[in-house]
Design a protein around this ligand. Structure first.
Ligand code: C2E
Ligand code: CA
Ligand code: CA
Length: 753
């Protein structure tokens, strides 16, 4: 066929094959075969529409120091790494529950069911570990719940932006790899304002609805009670879950009005239910710590019970463990009054905080609620913690409700440990009142309530306070409840071990912390070197000064051990006594994390050393301020100032660029300032001692997670020290000039490589 013969029209299969190829290239990322950014948003919207009842998170995953991989091992190795990550992530996060995409560069995005953050983080860490060979790879991960379902891809992309914000908050942090977006952390004032604007009228318009989540007996599967959970049916934003607005309302105090409203709604429902001739059914409402400090909780609840003529047994009260952290006396006083008025108190989220020990020593509760999400870390450890809590609770005749039970294995696990009650998606999700009533009317689903939750009369309960101080609660019983915890006495110079959990001894013994042997007073400070000692002392001071008993934390190294071990300790100040101050500390071994950090530092040094060998000087260029900052190595090796302002003019003013090269030099800066990816040229440069060399200058833009370039890396490489340009250099100079002339002075992409 010669080229004048008109081509035959393409056949149908050909056309559809081409179409298919086109579609693939539009929807998928060519390098990894994952969805691309647009497809991610499309598919996410579709999944959210398909599953309106379920909650989802968006996660963004970025490879820490990916640039270094490219620099050290080359672009191809970088590409292979991205493919490896993509392949492994795909094995873990697959449809139909998850959507996975590569957004660009080294940034991946995921849509996954909510409540799996820790699991997802661990899985991602494992993927990165599996790919860490010469270089330790770590991810930075940001999560954001999908809250806005009303605005399609636009809404999803807004949530994605927030996940990126969360990701940025951990980037470069080698001890913490993941963070969740939360309104308080980033104080998105605008958004809060928007939420708050509509709030008063929302209450009047009855936009707040109560949902019910049944609590079940795991042995029979029957319903024994329910928790009242609030939802906001926003006219524009749709159904908003409480974790979005409750923190905001807690900060501005509106929670008090909302909670009173919810309590009353719950009472109204109970009245209606009883009036309709049904068996009374106990429900629990949530009480925020803000309520305790700002309301006469007991008086208000008494009033509500009276108004609706309800027995106090029907309205149970859930108070989160963390409520006890601030000003415990106020809380204790309120709880005592509620107890005196015969309210049933549930301690919500038991095990979530560090102060369980303090709390249990000073208060009484009727029921513990343990959130399974606090126990997902490692199997054996979770098992130990649960076992201890359940053993303790049985001993005290204190019923336990396991919350957040999602899977059969959890049910087996819990019932195996003698836990009877559960609340979680495995049984029922929170549901609107109408659905809940239908459930209650469904024969056989509800326990004969008189046999429901076996409750113990208060007189039968041992006083935790007594218990703790009388030492009835042995170390063995406390073992694992709180991990490696110890009490210390600080006498101004020594931090003496007073008493520790078994886990503490296990950890420290294994690591030789008790080198002094038994019976000798152990001083945690004694073996430390000066800098570590100073850090620990400083943390003790901070823990004491911490206004809200939030404690203080610090990492320190036992360099006297071989190999050296790193510890992290969280310290709380408990009491001042004549013989010293009492602290309690939670200890963990973080040697591995610190080793990773160290290994990275070594890598970096090797990188700099490699550059030294080839006479390369590195600097970072801020594209906005136009400031060039030299690397530490360059400052040291070449005796350079830390920064040069107003590049390139700053350099030219210093007299380091010979006249003949100044145009080229300016051109590459203009190119990168103008958006070029990379620009390079050879210049004749004058050194501090007056000697002349030929240098190749390369500027390369560095993109952040959003694909925006805020900085560039500059590289200065000496290619020749000959006084005259070599023929190769002359050729290159000629080419780069020709390009500059062609590009013209305005549209600069001058010498792009
Ligand atoms: P919470 O009191 O710990 O309530 C339990 C939360 O766990 C509920 O979230 C429930 O939907 C969720 N959940 C239950 N089972 C499972 C499960 O199997 N898996 C997972 N992943 N989650 C499960 P919700 O309704 O979004 O409420 C979140 C938090 O908002 C509540 O945590 C509570 O602290 C607060 N809250 C809800 N309603 C009120 C209220 O009326 N007043 C106050 N002050 N706080 C409220
Ligand atoms: Ca609760
Ligand atoms: Ca809870």
């Amino acid at each position: 066929m010669d080229r004048f013969t008109p081509a035959a029209p393409p056949r149908e299969e050909e056309v559809s094959r081409l179409r298919e190829e086109l579609r693939l290239s539009r929807e998928y990322d060519a390098l990894t075969g994952l969805y691309n950014k647009n497809t991610f948003f499309e598919q996410a919207v579709r999944l959210l529409e398909d599953r309106p009842e379920e909650s989802f998170d968006i996660a963004c995953v970025d490879v820490e120091r990916f640039k270094l991989v490219n620099d050290l091992y080359g672009i191809e190795a970088g590409d292979r790494l991205l493919q490896g990550i993509a392949r492994r992530l795909k094995e873990v996060f697959s449809p139909p529950e998850c959507i996975l995409a590569r957004m660009f560069n080294d940034l991946f995005a995921l849509l996954l069911p909510q409540g799996k953050r820790e699991e997802a983080e661990q899985a991602i860490l494992r993927v990165f570990q599996a790919l860490s060979h010469e270089m330790v790879l770590t991810p930075a991960i940001g999560f954001c719940p999908v809250l806005d379902r009303a605005h399609g891809a636009q809404g999803v992309s807004a949530m994605y932006d927030r996940a990126i914000l969360a990701l940025k908050s951990v980037k470069g942090n080698y001890l913490k790899h993941a963070a969740a977006y939360d309104v308080s952390q980033f104080s998105l004032l605008l958004e809060e304002q928007e939420l708050l604007n509509g709030v008063s009228s929302a209450l009047e318009n009855r936009e707040f609805e109560i949902y019910m989540q049944p609590k079940c007996n795991m042995r029979t599967g029957k319903v024994i009670g329910a928790e009242v959970l609030v939802r906001w049916r926003h006219p524009e934003k749709g159904l908003i879950p409480p974790n979005v607005f409750i923190p905001v309302f807690e900060r501005n105090g509106f929670i008090k009005r909302l909670d009173v409203y919810v309590w009353e709604e719950a009472a109204r429902w109970l009245r209606r239910w009883i009036d309709a001739g049904h068996h009374p059914f106990p429900v629990s409402v949530n009480i925020s710590r803000i309520d305790i400090f700002g309301l006469d909780v007991c008086g208000i609840l008494d009033g509500i019970l009276e108004k609706y003529g309800l027995d106090v047994k029907l309205l149970e009260l859930e108070i989160t463990e963390s409520a006890y952290v601030n000003q415990p006396e106020v809380v204790i006083h309120t709880l005592e009054r509620l107890t005196a008025h015969r309210f049933t108190l549930l301690m919500d989220d038991f095990g979530s905080g560090y102060s369980s020990l303090n709390m249990l020593s000073s208060i009484n509760v009727d029921i513990l609620k343990i959130d399974m999400q606090f126990l997902v870390r490692s199997d054996q450890k979770s098992k130990n913690i649960l076992e201890s809590i359940l053993r303790m609770s049985k001993w005290l005749d204190l019923p336990v409700i396991a919350e957040g039970v999602e899977a059969q294995w959890q049910v087996d696990f819990l019932t195996g440990l003698g836990c009877i009650y559960a609340q979680g998606f495995y049984y029922y999700r929170p549901m609107p009142l109408a659905d809940f009533e239908a459930l209650l009317l469904d024969d056989g689903r509800v326990d004969d309530l008189d046999n429901g939750m076996q409750r113990v009369s208060r007189e039968m309960l041992l006083d935790f306070h007594e218990l703790f101080h009388r030492d009835v609660m042995s170390d063995r019983l406390l073992e694992n409840v709180l991990g490696a915890i110890a009490l210390f006495r600080f006498d101004g110079s020594r931090l003496l071990l007073f008493k520790g959990t078994e886990e503490y001894y296990r950890l420290t013994d294994r690591l030789g912390l008790l080198s002094g042997g038994q019976g000798v007073e152990q001083d945690l400070l004694a073996p430390l070197r000066e800098e570590d000692r100073a850090r620990l002392l400083e943390a003790l001071r901070r823990a004491k000064a911490a206004p809200d008993e939030s404690g203080a934390e610090v990492s320190f190294c036992r360099r006297d051990l071989s190999p050296a071990r790193w510890f992290h300790i969280r310290l709380f100040h408990l009491a001042d006594r004549p013989d010293g101050e009492i602290f309690y500390g939670a200890l963990s071994d973080v040697t591995e994390q610190m080793d990773n950090l160290e290994r990275l530092r070594v890598r970096e040094n090797q990188f700099y050393l490699a550059m030294e060998a080839t006479n390369i000087v590195l600097f970072e260029l801020d594209l906005k301020t136009r400031e060039a900052r030299y690397s530490e190595y360059a400052q040291r090796a070449f005796n350079l100032e830390a920064a040069v302002a107003n590049a390139p003019e700053g350099f030219i003013e210093q007299g380091t660029v010979c006249e003949e090269s100044q145009a080229d030099f300016r051109a590459i800066y203009d190119a990168v300032y103008g958006g070029a990816e990379r620009a390079s040229c050879i210049i004749h440069a004058k050194l501090g001692d007056g000697s002349l060399v030929w240098n190749r200058i390369t500027l390369a833009a560095v993109r952040d997670g959003q694909g925006e370039a805020a900085s560039a890396v500059g590289m200065v490489e000496t290619v020749s020290r000959a006084p005259e340009a070599t023929p190769e250099i002359r050729l290159e100079l000629k080419n780069q000039r020709a390009q500059i002339v062609r590009a013209g002075p305005q549209d600069s992409p001058a010498v792009l490589v």
